[in-house]
Write a protein that binds this ligand. Sequence first.
Ligand code: ADQ
Length: 497
Amino acid sequence: MSETATGVSVKGANQTGGAAGNNSFVVVANRLPVDMITEADGAKTWQASPGGLVSALSPVLEKHQGCWVGWPGVADESPEPFRTERGVLLHPVELTQYDYEEFYEGFSNATLWPLYHNLIVTPEFNRSWWDAYRDVNLRFATEVASVAAHGATVWVQDYQLQLVPGILRQLRPDLTIGFFLHIPFPPPEIYRQLPWRDEMLRGLMDADLIGFHLVSNVRNFVELCRSYDFEISGDITIREAGITITTPSGHKLGVGAFPISIDTSAMATPTASGSHEEADEALEQMHLDMGSPSTVFLGVDRLDYTKGILQRLLAFEELLDSGALDPADVALVQLATPSRERIDSYRITRSNVEEAVGRINGRFAQIGRPVVHYQHRSVSKDVLMRYYRLADIMLVTPFRDGMNLVAKEFVATRADSSGALVLSEFAGAADELTQAHLCNPFDIEDTKKAMLQAAWGLKDNPEMMKERMASMYNQVMEHDVDLWASAFLSALDKARA
Ligand code: ADQ
């Protein structure tokens, strides 16, 4: 048995590598891209799981015909590995109810998530959650070690699995290991609050390449590394590993900014299953059903306190209240995917959002014609596309967001340059979508101003608005998810070499 820098004990670790599987490209993420559903008759079926990581990685895995290691979304279940219709091998990792509560809800989502999102709620530091985090990371690493071919490339995803690179390096020194963080990396003074900050950082440093979305995330990370005994050289670059870090053991790793994006080809057609005419008719019907408002605002988010849904609703309410927006003329559609529902801060956020929806409709709606249309459920990609096309003004107002794919998805539906995007300056996407109506979501007046500028711009200055949207559309089309993945994977090859 040997011990990694993270303190996780690894049975059978050796210098030649453990037993290998036959997959030359393996992605490991907390969740598989599907959730296991148990039907009323006990039959097990699968349905696509929600969220940005799955949206981004599914096309990459399909292209490489790789193996995806992850949890199937239900505690105490360990289905057999199986291949999807599109050729991706799914390799489930079992989590017990205890793991789910301590590792997933606890350490991942009540410690790391708020810490990395700049303390929007207060992180909880709990020693038994940390123990569970280490155990589960060991289990994921062991599963990966069993499926990866000799010399395979393994791409570890996100904050739930930050110890996996270190454990995997012990188990399988032959592997090329990349790590990508989908959420922001916080300023060092915030990261340093973590009681297990040293173990966590050292677990990561055994990767060959660490990728973040933004230059500012890399800057935070490098600044943190300067306070450790690492050697740091190079400059921060985008889509390349411009920084090289050498650890005291002599291991070298690359670090760079790799802004994630979307599968633009999937957004180009109005529906996967119907014709353009059918899609247009469905869209028209939807608009009629809403009472044909002249301006439709849209929000699409996981129901998460980082996304600023309540503050967006409050800004809308104040605009109705002051008469700046006419309730007979506008509507706001808010789609909110259920998320992490047993965690207190999420329950409170949902209850505040739903109270605001009820109050705004109570104050401004007419019978049969709500002014806020709220759905607390996931919708299919086809239906989501229809909402994107229906909207005049997309509202993306998170307090903090690694990237925000919703903003890019909306822009990708605008080949005709119509519509406008109101975007928080604290979403990673704001670095690239500079022609959006940027706002500070902590400042309700600024949020209202951006919403009104977008609404007035569409009425009074349509040519200027088209230019702004066209520039964002070109940006997204030229920087899609293929570019993200190929830039990361080629930087990973170089870093390993
Ligand atoms: P998320 O926090 O999940 O992702 P985001 O990037 O916006 O946020 O992705 C959400 C995804 O879920 C989008 O692809 C969207 O289409 C889908 N979605 C949202 N609501 C939906 C609904 N009601 N029905 C169906 N689909 C819905 C994390 C980070 C982000 C980062 C991504 C990718 O928090 O900052 O951009 O990973 O790295």
